[in-house]
Design a protein around this ligand. Sequence first.
Ligand code: 7TS
Length: 424
Amino acid sequence: MAELTVEETAPAALAPLDVAALKPDFPVLNQEVHGRRLVYLDSAASSQHPRAVLEAMDRYYETTHANVHRGVYALAEEADRLYEDARRSVGRFIGAPDPTTEVIFTKNATESVNLVAASWGRKHLHEGDVVLLTEMEHHANLVPWLMLAEEQGVELRWLGVGDDYRLDLAELEELVTGVKLVACSAMSNVLGTITPFAEIAAVAHRAGALVLADGAQSVPHLPTDVQAMGCDFLVFSGHKMLGPTGIGVLWARRELLEEMPPFLGGGGMIRDVRRDGFTTNELPWKFEAGTPPIAEAVGLGAAVRYLEAIGMDRVRAHEVELTAYAQGALAGRFGEKVTIFGPEGTDGRGGVLSLAFGDVHPHDLAQVLDQSGVCVRAGHHCAKPLMRRLGVNATARASLYLYNDEEDVDALVDALAEADTLFG
Ligand code: 7TS
């Protein structure tokens, strides 16, 4: 065997992403809007799909579609196999110890949180029990707990966000006393702040609390290992990680899922039904009532394999580099006129850039950027308590992903310069 050169032995994970080679995988990016190249900077809301995902779903519909978990004919058995293969792929992607039982397919991250709140929460949380949330949660990880607060008298506590846009961990030890669940975003969809999750989970577990990680923003952008994170529940959505809409994931430790009551009732989730009652199916099907999103699972499986082939550490490294480039470009061109709501630098932050631009209203800004083909989201980003903490009603948010490059950031900066001229 020939001796390997240094380059060949270097881990492929360290090779930079070749975005120019990867972009053609995403057909939607190859178009113009308002006569300008489409520059998609809204992946935190929903990401775009590589051909591999579109083709896997097309192939499924063209050759394999049948309902799952009931047919005994070859077509249905193949649909079953594809659906369960997707579960295994997703489980492997997040380091699940037992993917075949612990990965539950839901509609989205929102439904996954609702599942935990309605099933685990209704069983274990009673009058006066405490759930610790943070000021930077998305409504998906707030409203289900507010509902339990209303229905069952559960008390909510709040971990604050500091002036550095990071969670105020100094407060954690005190706040966590007597808490039953810490439900916390692993990455903020507004600030980009990455939560030191293992640290929070260790403090929570020492205090006897369980931990739910909202991974809607982290799982698409960071290598994920539920065991290293130390979480008990992890929720995320397929459509923010190159997969289709209509599918989300709940991962939870098997012992927890075993003793949790079902969430939705119907076909698929039962073992037996009599006039006077029912018994539940095994995991994971106990939590998958009705016909599940089969093609969407196939698409999500393909998305996960696409991301794995690239390597999540490379995705992260690319986004770190691009975020630094964007921070430099924005500050260099606009100075004090632009505020980025989020941690300085790239340590412990992802590629989410929530902006204030002079006194231009974020919605006006987003509309003007659209004229240049640049897609950003304006609004409260479903994080109203955080908006109040920041003292704003809305921000204009550009969010980066693996298919974005410096040219896209330059297009954003040029479009902002045009807005500057327009609004004076
Ligand atoms: N959690 C976080 C941190 C999110 O960013 C989102 C969606 C959700 C939960 C809910 O995900 P869903 O798929 O169930 O809707 N965030 C955003 C956003 O920032 N802009 O649009 C959706």
